[in-house]
Ligand binder design. Structure first.
Ligand SMILES: Cc1ncc(COP(=O)(O)O)c(C=O)c1O
Length: 440
């Protein structure tokens, strides 16, 4: 028998249970309408597409890259280049879809964006006085990875319009006064998970200036950027980054599909060694990746490669239908909320929600506590699932908020799910006036 206390202390941190909760809650209540997981909708997938993407990649290697049959065999069946084999295609895609100009050598193809987070943190953090700033509420993938690596996390609150830059500047000053160094800031700039918020364009410019002054690196994570509801799309921080301050993390989990487990990091920062020689930070990432996953599976890369070639180099156009679908789902959720939470009814007063410009998520504020007991009641008695927002805070925060993810459902299921949610909240508010009072 092993004593829990003999294992790494982060393993008892509640953050480490959330990812599994999100993945498993829908399995526990298979009949429930689930607003919990931020999964892409499966209606866009067809198993027969996989072989045509692979065929297209093989054709590309042979006809456009001039590889021989034995070379293609090695490429697909062998261990591969640590930083990936579709880096050139990804560089082309980034220019086409995001206006990000970079070199293929700056790209690290990762096992999902999740590996990119892990490698970034491992590479950047070397001293105990260095802290990671995160927009709060925050995606568990980064806070969990920081916990596993023993990196101190300092939250910076979000406002309704994204990261609070005044609070960021105040945190930077406070950290300096404490003798600590803010090494990096992690941020989802577009349609954040969990809040659905996006940083306005002027704030993006200001954030880059603040980061330059503070010598702060920004880890920009952008899995949802395609899925805008209200255009135009805003430029990523990376596309505006002329000082190599931004490490850009991309994911194919939403623009293609999560079963691939492929993401990438754009790491164009220069590193100077003790003798004054310079090299790319991507080369340091390669050392870490070689011991974490050796290389990203070639077959997954080949499928993405084929997809990119087939769609003329980018994925934005290929996602038009999905973009429309997620917009319609978000519209359906917002309209259903208006209908089922009438502002003139006493029980619904104090229920509010944000109106994201895109993405998969929105946040509701409730006049009651959104705890595990309410979620259990919601699942068992009303057959509707959602995620308590407190899971995305460190310590306190989000106690009266829930996250609704609209991606995995259809508009009809969203309508039914919101009506169930309204019944749950009406009953909880009316049955528990003391909870309501406590909350207000
Ligand atoms: C903000 C954010 N980053 C990264 C990811 C995961 O990316 P990947 O599947 O590529 O590891 C997600 C998935 O939910 C996410 O919401």
């Amino acid at each position: 028998m092993l004593l829990q206390e003999s294992l790494h202390p982060s393993l008892t941190d509640p953050i480490l249970d959330v990812m599994n909760f999100l993945n498993e809650v829908a399995l526990r209540f298979p009949e429930a309408i689930s607003f919990a997981p931020g999964r892409p909708n499966e209606q866009f997938y067809d198993a027969r597409q996989l072989s045509s993407y692979l065929d297209e990649y093989v054709r590309y290697l042979s006809q456009e890259r001039g590889l021989t049959e034995p070379q293609i065999r090695t490429q697909l069946f062998q261990y591969g280049r640590t930083n990936g084999q579709i880096h050139e295609l990804i560089a082309r895609m980034l220019e086409k879809d995001e206006g990000i100009r970079t070199t293929p050598e700056s790209i690290v193809v990762t096992v999902g964006c999740q590996e990119g987070m892990f490698i970034s943190l491992r590479a950047l953090f070397s001293k105990p006085d260095e802290v990671l700033l995160v927009g709060m509420p925050c995606y568990i993938g980064i806070t969990g990875a920081a916990r596993l690596l023993g990196i101190e996390i300092v939250p910076v609150p979000e406002r309704e319009d994204g990261l609070d830059l005044e609070a960021l500047e105040a945190r930077l000053r406070a950290l300096q006064a404490e003798g600590k160094r803010a090494r990096a800031l992690y941020l989802v700039t577009d349609f954040s998970n969990p809040s659905g918020r996006s940083l306005p364009l002027p704030a993006r410019r200001r954030l880059l200036e603040i980061a330059a002054r503070a010598e702060l690196l920004i880890i920009e994570d952008n899995p949802y950027g395609f899925f805008f509801r209200e255009g135009p799309r805003k430029p990523t921080l990376k596309s505006m980054d002329d000082r190599q301050q931004v490490i850009y993390l991309g994911s194919f989990s939403k623009s293609a599909f999560p079963g691939l487990r492929v993401g990438y990091a754009v790491v164009d920062q220069q590193v100077v060694n003790a003798t004054g020689k310079r090299h790319l930070l991507a080369e340091e990432f390669s050392k870490i990746k070689s011991l974490l996953s050796v290389n990203t599976p070639s077959i997954s890369q080949a499928i993405i490669g084929g997809m990119l070639v087939m769609h003329g180099g980018g994925l934005l156009e290929a996602n038009r239908e999905a973009i429309r679908f997620y917009k319609e789902n978000m519209d359906a959720a917002l309209q259903a909320l208006e209908r089922h939470f009438p502002r003139n009814e006493a029980w619904a007063q104090g229920v509010t929600w944000n109106v994201p410009d895109g993405g998969f998520f929105l946040v509701m504020k409730l006049p009651i506590e959104a705890d595990d007991a309410l979620l259990e009641q919601s699942a068992r008695s009303y057959q509707v699932l959602w995620t308590p927002m407190r899971y995305f805070y460190l310590g306190t925060g989000g106690e009266h908020e829930i996250r609704l993810s609209c991606s995995y459902l259809t508009p009809a299921r969203i309508e039914e799910g919101i009506s169930r949610l309204a019944r749950l909240i009406k009953a909880a508010v009316e049955q528990q006036p003391s909870r309501t009072l406590k909350a207000s």
